[in-house]
Design a protein around this ligand. Structure first.
Ligand code: SF4
Length: 373
């Protein structure tokens, strides 16, 4: 049952400088190679000759045009229409990508969202390249929270990111941390826990680096095998691994008074005494795709960035009002089922039980919690 304020993750654009193997939404990696502009994802490839005069920002502007022409990205007018259709809703919006900062128009979208829903209800997730090219300082007075990923202290961890990804994210953050403090924007580093960053020395180094960088919070996450990560061979971590890593981060916070440690919904049922059913699926969160579809969850994506199942799509906000989409019977029939597998992450439950179709989201098949069922 949907209760109170709803958190929307809006994948505002899927344009990115990077082309990580492990991308939840199959973002479009944009780069120059051999004097050609290349746009690459699992779903889409485009190569064209690069004019000599084109600058870094122009590369992303051209990529935006190509993707819009193909119907793979929204225009500014369409994004503004979505905001119109969201008006009046009790929501907070986390804008993510790709990197929203690489599409200049997005400034107008985020400023308008801030005017409509209040600055305190707006967050933004970026990369270091977007910070460098996208004039992030203009956004700060319109947002309450800024997030970036920093999940490896070494620059050649190719487990799921590309070399340079973590380093440039941290450098980008370092260049604006003073401005964030001045504008009272809360900053948060996202740390998907994986086999390559779970050992105690790495945890120590990650946390102390972020403490020295003056980030306000860290957010410990599961690594989701969705989007481009669907075919990942990465070993699944066990419950004891997660508990040990989480414990170490919390201990470091106490010992050093460093960044506040928070744990995502899909891990919190490891502590059933304090949080027996932390999954927010269709209870207090929902997702908006880069083409305007309203879907059930921010991680419910397939290998080419499509929703995992058609039943998870509730309509498109380019043409429908949010109030109408959110009050549909079929959405509420799904929302009414969330208590069938309390604690289990609905996405992991489905990924482990795909043959059950939509019912798989509500079975007790999240591997992390099978023993607790
Ligand atoms: S389905 Fe998983 S990721 Fe989504 S809200 Fe539930 S626990 Fe969190």
């Amino acid at each position: 049952m949907i209760e109170g304020k709803l958190g929307i993750i809006w994948t505002l654009d899927r344009i990115c400088k990077w082309q990580c193997n492990y991308c939840c939404v199959d973002a479009f990696g944009v780069k120059i190679q051999d004097r050609n502009l290349q746009i690459t994802s699992n779903r889409f490839n485009h190569t064209e000759k690069q004019p000599k005069s084109r600058q870094s920002q122009d590369i992303f502007r051209r990529a935006k045009q190509i993707l819009q022409d193909q119907g793979l990205a929204l225009t500014l007018t369409e994004k503004m229409k979505i905001l119109d259709n969201l008006q009046g809703a009790n929501i907070e919006i986390g804008f993510s990508g790709g990197d929203p900062l690489l599409v200049q128009d997005n400034f107008q979208v985020i400023r308008r969202a801030s005017d409509l829903f209040g600055r305190s209800n707006i967050g933004l997730t970026v990369t270091g390249i977007g910070i460098k090219l996208g004039k992030v300082e203009n956004y700060l007075e319109h947002i309450a929270q800024l997030e970036f990923t920093y999940d490896s202290p070494v620059d050649d961890d190719e487990n799921h990111q590309q070399p340079g990804y973590n380093r440039t994210n941290l450098e980008g953050f370092g260049s604006i941390v003073d401005a964030c403090k001045k504008e009272q924007v809360v900053t948060q580093a996202l740390i998907p826990i994986s086999n390559t960053n779970k050992d105690p020395n790495t945890v120590d180094l990650l946390y102390s680096t972020l403490r020295q960088s003056r980030v306000d919070k860290v957010y410990l996450m599961r690594t989701f095998p969705v989007g481009r990560g669907s075919h990942s061979q990465t070993d699944i971590l066990q419950a004891d691994d997660y508990r040990r890593v989480i414990q170490q981060y919390k201990q470091l916070q106490i010992q050093t008074s460093g960044p506040e440690v928070n744990v995502m919904c899909a891990l919190r049922a490891l502590y059933p005494d304090t949080d027996p059913d932390p999954c927010t699926f269709l209870r207090s969160t929902i997702d908006l795709t880069s083409t305007g579809d309203l879907i059930a969850d921010a991680f419910a994506y397939g290998p080419t960035g499509e929703p995992l199942l058609p039943e998870l799509v509730f309509g498109n906000l380019r043409k429908d009002k949010f109030a109408d989409l959110i009050s549909q019977d079929r959405l509420h029939r799904l929302a009414d089922r969330i208590g069938e597998n309390p604690g289990h992450c609905k996405v992991f439950a489905y990924l482990s039980n795909r043959s059950a179709g939509i019912d798989g989201f509500f079975t007790r098949t999240d591997p992390l919690y099978m023993d607790q069922s």
